[in-house]
Structure formats: C-alpha cells, structure tokens
Design a protein around this ligand. Structure first.
Ligand code: EPU
Length: 336
C-alpha cells in the first residue's frame, strides 16, 4: 500500500478537476485489501476510486480516497464453448477488451474503449451498443466494509439494471471490489442490434471479426464522444429517462422524431441527449464548461472549468428539459 497526503486528484478524474484529497491510498495487491479495509475504510468519509471516469469531484475531499491498482487477467476454467476469466479490479477495462480479442473470446467487444477500470464496470453496469456488462459477469468478489468479511456475489445477486446494481443500492459505500469474473463465449457470435454498428461494418465492407467489430465501435465512439485525454469529461452525465408509454405518445404528437427504446415493464427509454439538444443545449459553452458538440449528453471541461461551472450547466439543463418535456433528468455521474 502507498499512502499520500494532500494528494492532487487532477490526473485521477477524467473531468480533470483539480481538487485535493486529505489522504490517498493505493492498494497494490489484492492481498492487501483486508488491511486497507481495516485501516482506511472504517472511518467516514472515504471514497473508493477506480479510473475516475464516472466521477465529478465537486470540492476537495476531506477524507481518504482508496484506489485499487492491482491488475491481472487469469483464465480460471475453460470448456468447449465458454471460458471463465478472473480479472483484478485495477485492470484497465480496455486491456481486457484487447485480451479477449487476442484470445478470441466473444461477448464484450461492443464495450471497446470505455474508459475506467474493471472493478467499476459492474457498479454502474457499463453498457454501449446493445451490450451491458451484466450479460457476461459471472460473479463479483470483494470485502464488505462494515463487517470486514469477504463476499462473492453471483450475477443474480448483483441485481443489475440499467446503469444500476446492488453496488449502487444496498452495498453503496459498504464494499470494495477486488475481482470480477467474466463468462465469455468461445463460439463466434456478435450483437449487432445497434443500428449504427451494423451500418458502419457494412459501409466499411469489413469481415465480421472481433477485431473489426471492436474497431468499428472505437470509431463510432471517436466521432461522438470527446477523448478525455484531450477534453475533460465523464461520459454520459445523465441517464436516459424511462417513461410510461402514454407520456411518450403524448410527446410524440409534438416531437414526432423522438427516439425511444423499449424498456422493461412496458416502459419507454428516451434519449437524454436528444432531449438536451431539443432544449437548445447541444455544443453550448458557458465559460470553460459546456456540452459536447456531437453528443449533448456529455458535459465537458474545455480547460480550467471548476466543478461549479459544470454543476451550474447541469442544473440549467435539468430545468430546461423539465420545462419542455416534463421529464426530470437523473445524473449518471457520481458527484463527490
Ligand atoms: N441524440 C441526439 N442528440 C444528441 C445525442 C444523441 O439526437 O446530442 C440521439 C441520437 O441521434 C440517437 C439517440 O439519441 O438517435 C441515442 O444516441 P447514442 O446512440 O449516442 O446513445 P445514448 O443513448 O445517448 C447511450 C449510453 C452511452 C453509450 C451509447 C451507445 C447512457 C446514459 N449512455 O448513450 O454510454 O455509449 O448509448 O450505446 O445510457 C456512458 O454511459 O458514459 C456512455 C457514453
């Protein structure tokens, strides 16, 4: 373990916010985790930080940030059709994608280029281009902070939902994830339900391989989403709102081009990006913060923005979308 005091978090959050943590602890091996739990995760406030790609630090953190950095991808079991991988929490997500492409394991290629670390992936059930990580998570291992006991949760135990899981509900602030197990397929198959992906593959006349699908996803992301290394951002700032079908139909009379997807329980999931665009916010800049020109759902730090600059824009967006559509957008990003 490494302990730093009054540590600058600028390079630990993709928004690039310059805030300081009173204490910052790096856990360097999975075996050190129980000791870190005992020493640093018994006294509030604390925060477990992965890649910082879904976190907006709103001010200096007067507590301890715990940051697992241990890596590793292990093949635990293999049969004719499937492989079981155990991946350490600190492994960068895109490294796992590259590993799976090299070994021809199918299932997560649509999640190419999502920033962040493997340990955070089940927390908000990362998803893109028709795939969610819940489709391949076999189990999640870690420690409960209040009891200091190890846990192992099956896929069903994780209670995954759209950008949601038990780790954002009953286990919020009460667990640290050490390993995520994935069950992946050795049989060639793809998920091409996202229209833009099938179209991009067709247009480029690429053969259907893990590599080509992954590269197409990367290209689509490049056109829509800002590279956090260049323009600070935390991906989608809001969740796509889920509304009753009657409300969607009412809105359609006024906005016939409204995008909607079927959601569980007969509900409709609308596109927050489109609502924000219709509210006049796409590509808008206020001081050093704004929304991205190609995807209004992404709030950006153009350089030197403060957390309040971003939060003020978020508040204005929530108000304007609410006035126009009577829908209250919910933040997807963690505000700390
Ligand atoms: N749209 C607009 N204007 C915009 C943005 C989008 O009209 O400014 C429309 C698009 O034209 C499209 C629809 O909205 O018809 C959906 O847009 P897109 O495919 O870009 O996806 P999204 O629903 O905005 C979600 C995820 C993304 C993920 C993409 C692709 C959430 C909150 N976001 O965005 O995830 O990459 O689908 O599957 O569910 C993230 O979570 O950080 C993230 C980037």
């Amino acid at each position: 373990m490494k302990l730093f005091e009054n540590h600058n978090l600028k390079t630990y959050n993709t928004f690039g916010m310059e805030v300081f943590a009173r204490k910052f602890v790096e856990i360097e091996t999975a075996e050190e985790t129980p000791a870190a739990v005992a020493e640093y995760l018994q006294q509030w406030p604390y925060y477990i930080l992965g890649g910082g790609s879904n976190t907006l630090f709103t001010k200096d953190f007067d507590g301890t940030i715990v940051h697992p950095v241990f890596r590793g991808i292990e093949r635990m079991e293999e049969n004719g059709d499937n492989v079981l991988l155990r991946v350490a929490a600190g492994e960068p997500w895109d490294n796992l994608i590259q590993y799976c492409i090299r070994h021809e394991y199918y299932g997560i290629e649509n999640l190419t280029a999502i920033p962040g670390l493997v340990g955070s992936a089940p927390v908000q059930n990362i998803g893109a281009y028709g795939v969610e990580v819940k489709d391949t998570v076999y189990k999640v291992q870690g420690y409960i902070l209040s009891t200091r006991n190890p846990f192992g949760l099956s896929n069903a135990d994780c209670r995954f939902g759209y950008r949601n899981s038990i780790f954002k509900q009953t286990l919020k602030n009460d667990c640290i994830i050490t390993y995520v197990w994935f069950q992946l397929s050795k049989r060639k198959h793809f998920t091409l339900s996202y229209q833009g992906l099938a179209k991009a593959l067709e247009e480029r006349e690429l053969p259907l391989t893990l590599h080509s699908v992954s590269e197409c996803v990367r290209k689509i992301r490049d056109t829509k989403l800002p590279d956090p290394k260049i323009v600070g951002n935390g991906g989608s700032f809001f969740k796509n709102p889920v509304v009753p079908v009657e409300q969607y139909q009412d809105l359609l009379t006024q906005y016939p081009d409204l995008v909607a997807y079927d959601a569980p329980k007969g509900l409709k999931k609308l596109s927050a990006g489109q609502l924000i665009e219709k509210a006049g916010w796409k590509g808008k800049r206020v001081g050093n913060a704004g929304t991205w020109k190609n995807q209004a759902l992404v709030l950006v730090n153009h350089g030197g923005a403060t957390p309040n600059d971003v939060l003020n824009i978020a508040d204005s967006i929530i108000n304007d979308v609410n006035k126009l559509f009577n829908i209250t957008l919910e933040m997807e990003i963690n505000r700390i």
